[in-house]
Design a protein around this ligand. Structure first.
Ligand SMILES: Cc1cc2nc3c(=O)[nH]c(=O)nc-3n(C[C@H](O)[C@H](O)[C@H](O)COP(=O)(O)OP(=O)(O)OC[C@H]3O[C@@H](n4cnc5c(N)ncnc54)[C@H](O)[C@@H]3O)c2cc1C
Length: 445
């Protein structure tokens, strides 16, 4: 059996990014095919409960959650040091939600805007015309489906199934993500807990751990650690042993997933091609969350793709503004944060305790700013305070020589990387030079 379809664009992946982009492109009147390999209701079910910052609903023009999709709303949270009980308030509201229902809602918006969603349909390969994408091939059970479209979008999540199958000549990075390039996120759903067990939103940035609301009176004890699932699991056990030894609880379920923890490909576009969301490694470096940071790119992509389709010009040059707009703003901030965090993760525990106590890392201000703006603006006052804390830490021996030097180097390198991304070239002809410099800054050459 086979079927042939034709549209203006085909999006591979009906998760949060694909469904959001499909919705926006449907609203603009384009014929959208959204291809999703799972059944309706399945996407997001391996995660269950997740979080979105309150301010993002207005930013991305999405109605607030209601009913079963809404688990809780928390106006504040707490950030905890590596050791001790001096938590700091994080005054930044989050919605706690059910992911499969949220995705179904977005898919519903997309379908009502005219997008056709093909569930249980798996991308199997690209159709090429004169070397550039002209659609996709997919399989639904025994049926072979051919979808022709002048624009193909990869929103297939961490494996980026379309990006990795592009011909080299299109100039995209096509290497698959490596096993060491993920944060391995483990969620333990606990209930039957004592009333004094932490409730609400609790962040343990040193351990990359969190305790967040679960179902009913329950909680989610979570962790996201790079490198390996086993490492994440061991660190979670150590963390629980240190913080909550012998705590009585009932394990309702344990689940895990992967979220990208590496820089995005240097370009998000090629002739007739765009990549967004986890497929383009757009997760927030400080938390691994990627739903709304993916929307940032989708919002830009929708504008650019709309203009390109109207012009009937889907060339790399025409799609290039997605790179410029994404990388000069959110992309630049994430690059700077990633460079900083890679070093912060190596700091000795005693150093982090000291820096936390002096508000140099993970202060209430930092966490609020980081969540809201993805960067921490340092006015002269704060810069002076930070410098004084670093110096007095070094002089008093509370901050190790290695920690001190690593921090200064990280701040310098992060600043340079962010600035480099802020100068992402308008002209694709300048891209090779820009890429060469970027590789040096990332230590890839
Ligand atoms: C345990 C865990 C907890 C998380 N918690 C949060 C959180 O609280 N807040 C937050 O913002 N982010 C969170 N994240 C990250 C977030 O889930 C992702 O960043 C986000 O879902 C990325 O959306 P996406 O649409 O790009 O990819 P996905 O949601 O992965 O969607 C990709 C879709 O493509 C489909 N697909 C894949 N291959 C094919 C193929 N060959 N053919 C057809 N379809 C295909 C998949 O079935 C999937 O539905 C969490 C991640 C994990 C693992």
């Amino acid at each position: 059996m086979s079927r042939e379809l034709e549209g203006d664009l085909v999006i591979v992946g009906g998760g949060t990014a694909g469904a959001y982009l499909g919705w926006r492109m449907g609203q603009r009147g384009h014929r959208v095919y959204l291809v999703e390999k799972q059944k309706p209701g399945e996407p997001g079910s391996h995660i269950g409960i997740f979080h979105i910052d309150e301010i993002r609903f207005a930013q991305f023009d999405i109605p607030l959650p209601e009913g079963d999709e809404l688990i809780a709303h928390h106006p504040t949270g707490k950030a905890w040091p590596p050791d001790g009980d001096e938590a700091k308030p994080v005054r930044y509201p989050f919605y706690v939600m059910e992911m499969p229902l949220f995705i179904e809602r977005l898919q519903g918006y997309a379908a009502r805007a005219g997008a056709e969603i093909l569930f249980e349909t798996e991308f199997t390969g690209l159709i090429l015309d004169k070397g550039r994408p002209a659609g996709i091939e997919a399989r639904a059970g025994d049926e072979k489906i051919t979808i022709r479209a002048p624009l193909v979008v990869d929103a297939s999540g961490v494996d980026g199934v379309v990006r990795v199958s592009l011909p080299e000549e299109l100039g995209m990075e096509t290497a698959p993500i490596e096993a060491t390039d993920f944060l391995y996120v483990i969620l333990q759903y606990w209930d039957d807990l004592a009333p004094d067990f932490p409730r609400g939103l609790n962040f343990y940035p040193f351990h990359k751990a969190f305790i967040n609301p679960g179902y009913g009176e329950g909680v989610i004890v979570g962790i996201g650690q790079p490198e390996k699932l086993e490492t994440a699991s061991q660190i979670q056990e150590q963390f629980l042993e240190e913080r909550f030894p012998g705590v009585k609880h009932r394990l309702v379920k344990k689940t895990w997933g992967r979220t990208p923890y590496r820089r995005p490909p240097f370009s998000l576009v090629a002739d007739s091609f765009m990549v967004v969301g986890d497929a383009a490694f757009m997760t927030k470096p400080f938390s691994g969350e990627g739903v709304t940071s993916g929307f940032t790119a989708c919002q830009i992509a929708a504008e650019i793709a709309d203009a390109a389709l109207h012009k009937k010009d889907l060339s790399r040059e025409q799609l290039w503004p997605l790179n410029v707009r994404y990388f000069r703003d959110q992309g630049a901030k994430f690059a700077g944060l990633m460079a900083q965090l890679l070093v912060a993760a190596e700091l000795p525990r005693a150093d982090v305790n000291y820096l936390f106590s002096r508000d140099v890392v993970f202060s209430s201000y930092d966490l609020e700013q980081m969540n809201r703006y993805f960067e921490v603006k340092m006015g002269p006052g704060r810069l002076l305070k930070t410098a004084a804390a670093l110096l007095s830490g070094r002089l008093s021996g509370k901050l190790s020589r290695e920690g001190f030097s690593a921090l200064l180097a990280a701040m310098k390198n992060a600043g340079a990387i962010q600035k480099h991304y802020e100068s992402f070239p308008d002209d694709p002809a300048d891209f090779p030079r820009w890429t060469g410099q970027a590789k040096k800054l990332w230590g890839e050459e």
